[in-house]
Design a protein around this ligand. Structure first.
Ligand code: GDP
Length: 309
C-alpha cells in the first residue's frame, strides 16, 4: 500500500542536496509528491490538505542535520506525522481494547452491511477466547466469550453468525428474528451474567447506506447495553466513501474505536488515514483475510512504516 509515497519521495530526495535548512522553495516539490501519493492512495482530499499543511508547518525553518539532506529530513517529518495521524498521537495503549469492567464487558459492533461486522465479531471472539488480548503491555489471558446477533432484518444474518461462531469455536447465543433487537440484547446480557461470561459481543444490523432508522436503533441498543467498547467496522475498500460513513456513525454513537477490514484487498489503504482523522478515534484492529484468524491489532508505527516502505 502507498508504495508510491516512498518512491515519489526518494526521487526528490536525490535532487535536494547541500542545503542546510528546509525552506518554502526546497520543500515544494517534495510536498507535491506527498500530496499526490496520498491522493493516489485514496485518502480524502480535506485530510490530505490538512496533512500536507501540517508537514509544511513542521518543516519550514527546520535545521537539517549534517548527515542528512533536506529531502531526507523531510522524509523523517513525513514519517513521524504519518505515525501521529495513524494514532501515534493518542499515546501508548490507545489501540488496545478496553475491557476492564464488571463482567460481562460488552462490545457493540456497528457499521454498514457488508463492512465485515459478522466476520469481525467471530474473529474478535476467537482472538479473545485464545488469549490474544493485551492490557497495559501484558497478555490478559483467555476469556470466556459469548456472541449474539441483534440483526432481525436479514433472515440469514443470525445463521451467518452461528456458522462463523462454530468455525471460530466460540459460544453463540441463538436469537429469534421475531424479537426486537433491544429484547435480544437484554436477554443476552442476562444470559452472559448467569453463565459468567467475561465478554459479550453484540453484532448489529447494517444497511446498505446510512439511514435514520438504523442510527436510531443502534443508538437505542447502545443506551441499553452501555458497552465498554463500541467498534465501528469499515471496509478499507470503501476508500473516500469511508469518510462519510465514518462521520455518520461517529456523530450518532460514542465510538471507542475502529476496525478497518479487507486491508488485504486494498492496494491503497487511504481509508486508514481518513477514518482516523474523521472520527478522531483509534484504529484498534485491521482485518487482513476472510479467514477467522485474519485479525490483527493495529499499530500506528507499523502502519506508517508500511506506508513509507
Ligand atoms: P457484515 O454485513 O458487516 O456483517 O459483513 P460480513 O461479515 O458478512 O462480511 C462481508 C464479506 O466481507 C464476507 O464475504 C467476508 O468474508 C468478507 N470479509 C470480512 N472481513 C474481511 C477481511 O478482513 N478480508 C477479506 N478479504 N474479506 C473480509
Amino acid at each position: 500500500m502507498f508504495e508510491n509515497l516512498t518512491q515519489r519521495m526518494s526521487r526528490v530526495v536525490k535532487t535536494l542536496r547541500g542545503e542546510a535548512r528546509l525552506t518554502e522553495s526546497n520543500t515544494q516539490d517534495m510536498l507535491r509528491e506527498v500530496r499526490l501519493a496520498l491522493l493516489e492512495a485514496d485518502v480524502a482530499l480535506p485530510v490530505v490538505r490538512e496533512f500536507v499543511a501540517r508537514i509544511k508547518e513542521k518543516a519550514l525553518g527546520h535545521e537539517v542535520a549534517d548527515s542528512l539532506n533536506p529531502g531526507q529530513a523531510l522524509v523523517g517529518i513525513v514519517h513521524s506525522e504519518l505515525t501521529a495521524l495513524m494514532g501515534g498521537d493518542l499515546g501508548e495503549g490507545a489501540s488496545e481494547l478496553s475491557l476492564a469492567t464488571q463482567p460481562p464487558a460488552i462490545i457493540l459492533m456497528a457499521g454498514l452491511q457488508g463492512a465485515g461486522k459478522t466476520t469481525t465479531t467471530g474473529k474478535l471472539a476467537k482472538w479473545l477466547t485464545e488469549g490474544g488480548h493485551v492490557q497495559q503491555g501484558r497478555k490478559s489471558g483467555k476469556k470466556k466469550v459469548l456472541v449474539v446477533s441483534a440483526d432481525v432484518y436479514r433472515p440469514a444474518a443470525i445463521d451467518q453468525l452461528k456458522t462463523v461462531a462454530e468455525q471460530a469455536k466460540v459460544d453463540f447465543l441463538p436469537s429469534d428474528p421475531s424479537q426486537k433487537p433491544e429484547a435480544i440484547a437484554t436477554g443476552a446480557v442476562e444470559h452472559a451474567k448467569r453463565h459468567h461470561y467475561d465478554i459479550l459481543i453484540v453484532d448489529t444490523a447494517g444497511r446498505l447506506g446510512v439511514d435514520e432508522a438504523m442510527m436510531r436503533e443502534i443508538r437505542s441498543l447502545h443506551d441499553l447495553l452501555n458497552p465498554i467498547e463500541t467498534l465501528f467496522v469499515v471496509d478499507a475498500m470503501q476508500g473516500q466513501d469511508a469518510v462519510n460513513t465514518a462521520k455518520a456513525f461517529g456523530d450518532a454513537l460514542p465510538l471507542t474505536g475502529v476496525v478497518l477490514t479487507k486491508l488485504d484487498g486494498d492496494a491503497r489503504g487511504g481509508a486508514a488515514l481518513s477514518v482516523r482523522h474523521v472520527t478522531g478515534k483509534p484504529l484498534k484492529f485491521v482485518g487482513v483475510s476472510e479467514k477467522l484468524d485474519g485479525l490483527e491489532p493495529f499499530h500506528p508505527e507499523r502502519m506508517a512504516q508500511r506506508v513509507l516502505g
